[in-house]
Each structure stands twice: as structure tokens, then as C-alpha cells.
Design a protein around this ligand. Sequence first.
Ligand SMILES: C[S@@+](CC[C@H](N)C(=O)[O-])C[C@H]1O[C@@H](n2cnc3c(N)ncnc32)[C@H](O)[C@@H]1O
Length: 220
Amino acid sequence: MAGFVAKPLEPRLLATAQEIQAETHADIGSDHARLPRYLLETGRVRRVVVVEKNQGPLENSRRALQGLNAEVRRGDGLAALKAGEADSLSLTGMGAKLMVRILTAHPARIPPRIVVQPNDSAEPLRRWALDAGLGLLNEQMVEGFWRYTVLSFGIGEGSAYRGLPMETALRFGPILLRQKHPLLKAELYQQRQRLRRLKPVARVRLELDYLEQALALLEG
Ligand SMILES: C[S@@+](CC[C@H](N)C(=O)[O-])C[C@H]1O[C@@H](n2cnc3c(N)ncnc32)[C@H](O)[C@@H]1O
């Protein structure tokens, strides 16, 4: 489209894109729509449905996706999506608690594959998936402006948590722990430093216990 220049994809969105291969993909809260545009241009998906709640981002998405096999809808999360309409769904660049609110609002409309990239701790999303009976299929950690986690969930229980201390795995990521991921290690060293500077009240001591358990797995 004349006047529209797509920026290169950031590492967090590139990692998200690597998890997606579908006939129809839904991206909720697209704004600049760099991810759905990349998915269409690289042939990872054939069709995209974008849902945007706010007018400015909605116009950004429409501009970015003009001329491509994409439909941009105004709506609140999955309310704008029909059950069975998409094969996969992504949520990126928001807080995990907002993502969980969006996902729990219309459970029947959740496609069989979900990819999320929260801007903060992924723990609420791991807990949501467990409650929803979705298996954790993959976890990636990438460095960009911050460190980001990208998680893929799919129908079925999966075995990601097997053999690991559950609470620690839910907090820090069973797949990242098994991989002894260097970015998770770096993140946990920083968190430990921050916690050690706090008054050692019960909550801080408990968080330090889980963190030490995760570091023992990462360093073992
Ligand atoms: C911070 S931007 C992230 C944009 C892009 N996904 C990314 O990762 O860079 C969050 C976007 O989600 C949209 N949004 C927030 N809540 C939403 C909801 N319930 N339904 C649809 N869009 C929503 C906002 O309007 C905004 O454009």
C-alpha cells in the first residue's frame, strides 16, 4: 500500500510467528498489525482475523493490512470471533492478567492452538491453561527491549510439567527450566538480587525459596 512501510519484526513477535502455521489465524489487540502482516506475507497463514478494541489501533491495523487476506473487526477480545472460525489465536504485548481476562470471557470460542507473549510474568497464563485443560506445547524466551516469554498451548493435557516441582514450574516455566535456558537464568539472578534487598518477611522468603529451587534446576 502506498505510504505504508512495514518495520522489521521485533524478536518477541518473530518468536511468536514461529509458533503459528494455520489456515485462519486470529490476532487479538493487533494495533500496528506487524505480526498478522508478517504471517500473511510469509505464508505462515492464509487468512487473518484481527480484533481491536480501540479506534486508533483499529485504524492502524486496517492501514497495515490493506490489500491482504485479512479482516479487521472492532470488538472486545473473543466477543468478535465466532466459535470454530480460527485455527489459532495470538495475544501479544499486553499484561498476562488482561490476556487471561480475554481468554476466560468466551471459553467456547478459543481455537485449538493459542500463542501468547505477555509483557510481564507468564505465570497467570500457565495457570489459566492448566485450569482450561490445555497443554503447554512450547516456551521460548527472547531478549528485546526486555526479556519476553512466548508460550504455545494446545488441546490435551501434555506432559510439560511431569517430574518437576509443580509450583516452581508454574512460576518459571517447565520447558525453560528443562532447557536450562540462559535468559531464564539471567532473569532469576536479577530477581534474586532484588528480593535479597527486601525485608525478609514471609512472602519474600517464600518467593526466594521458589527461586532457589528453580536456580538449582537450572544450574544442576
Ligand atoms: C500494547 S498493544 C500490543 C500491540 C501488538 N499486539 C504488539 O504486540 O505489539 C495492545 C493492543 O491491544 C488492544 N486491546 C486491549 N484490550 C483489548 C481487547 N479486550 N480486545 C481487543 N483489543 C484489545 C489495544 O487497543 C492495543 O492496541
